[in-house]
Ligand binder design. Structure first.
Ligand code: PEP
Ligand code: MN
Length: 358
């Protein structure tokens, strides 16, 4: 026994490795099947009591030479990767996932395409303030060939003393001005009860960053036939954002557009931190169209062009920007809105950058 050569011992270890590999693969297959059973039964994937029980049994049966801590460590790692396996097979089943639908979702509204082989632009004021304000922006959009007008009627403001928006009157103005200039209209809805009337006035319902996980609102939007523009939450992970989209899609409304609008970070030079890596990641993971709102992402006017170019280069399907005829007088987001000449220049530079698919 003591005379086995190193080579022989290595060969034997290789064999044991092979057996271990087969055993952990067999175990993985069982774990995956268990994940499906748990899914069907609505049982949580992670069961700490069961995990403790398995570890106790293993430690009790441990013949050595590993000590109990080593056995726990090795098996905890096996349990951890097994959990990931169950999590991944769960993710595969999301309707918004590429694993469920490989090809890009292309949304078409009144002949305008969002996603696919064409880049898209949406612009307009932060808030709808008046007919004249909106008409000035609408006219510029029409002249530049930008197809969608944005404008908030229900404004989720940090302070209750700030302008809260014109409400339904604002939605009516959005429809009126969009129709006058042959544009599409998008506006934020903050209350599930308003989704119904929004359909009368809007081509796209926006769900804002602050409401990304307002599940009742997401469910109501999912019941609607109106396409939904879903902003990423202020501190939402990709996983949370995708699941928010899943709320809408799983209720039957498959027309969802995702919008990266920056996330909270410690940096103060920008209002939010534009998470550019979110763009290729979400495009990789999901078939839904993705836009980047450069105005809310930066909170500034001076770096909109490079950020828009970066967004398109990273694979975004389009860009959102805030435009106001007289930004210093704006009732919300006065600092970040560009005026109409600035908008014309910005849009032309984006369009002619070679990154904007015409
Ligand atoms: C908006 O687009 O009007 C808005 C409020 O943006 P966000 O929800 O991204 O803050
Ligand atoms: Mn705004």
């Amino acid at each position: 026994m003591g005379h086995r050569t190193l080579e022989q011992l290595r060969t034997m270890v290789d064999e044991v490795n092979g057996q271990l590999l087969k055993l952990i693969s067999d175990r993985a297959a069982l774990v995956k099947e268990m994940g499906e059973v748990k899914e069907r039964q609505g049982v949580p994937k992670f069961d700490p009591a069961r995990e403790k029980e398995m570890l106790d049994v293993l430690v009790a049966a441990n013949p050595g030479p590993f000590d109990a801590a080593a056995i726990r460590h090795i098996f905890k790692e096996i349990f951890k990767v097994s959990m990931e396996l169950q999590g991944q097979s769960h993710r595969k089943q999301l309707l918004v996932s590429r694993k469920k639908q490989a090809e890009d979702t292309v949304i078409e509204i009144k002949g305008v395409q969002i996603g696919g082989n064409r880049s898209f632009m949406v612009a307009g004021p932060c808030s709808v303030e008046s007919r004249e304000q909106l008409r000035e922006v609408g006219r510029a959009l029409k002249e530049e060939g930008v197809p969608m007008l944005r404008g908030g009627a229900f404004k989720p403001r940090t302070s209750p003393y700030d302008f809260q928006g014109l409400g339904v009157k604002g939605l009516k103005l959005m429809r009126e001005v969009a129709d006058e200039f042959g544009l599409l209209a998008v506006s934020e809805i903050v209350d599930p009860a308003t989704i119904g009337i929004a359909a009368d006035y809007l081509d796209v319902i926006q769900i804002g960053a602050r409401n990304m996980q307002n599940f009742e609102l997401l469910k109501a939007a999912g019941e609607s036939k109106v396409p939904v523009l879903l902003k990423r939450g202020l501190a939402a992970t990709m996983e949370e954002w995708l699941h928010a989209a899943e709320y809408v899609v799983s209720r039957g409304n498959t027309q969802v557009i995702l919008v990266e609008r920056g996330i909270r970070s410690y940096e103060k030079w920008t209002r939010n931190t534009l998470d550019i890596s979110a763009v290729p990641l979400i495009k990789q993971e999901s078939h839904l169209p993705v836009l980047v709102d450069v105005s809310h992402a930066t909170g500034r006017k001076d770096i909109l062009l490079p950020c828009a170019k970066a967004a398109l280069a990273a694979g975004a399907d389009g860009v959102m920007v805030e435009v106001h005829p007289n930004p210093p007088t704006a009732l919300s987001d006065a600092d970040q809105q560009i005026d109409i000449p600035q908008f014309r220049k910005l849009y032309r530079e984006i369009r002619d950058s070679g990154l904007f698919k015409l």
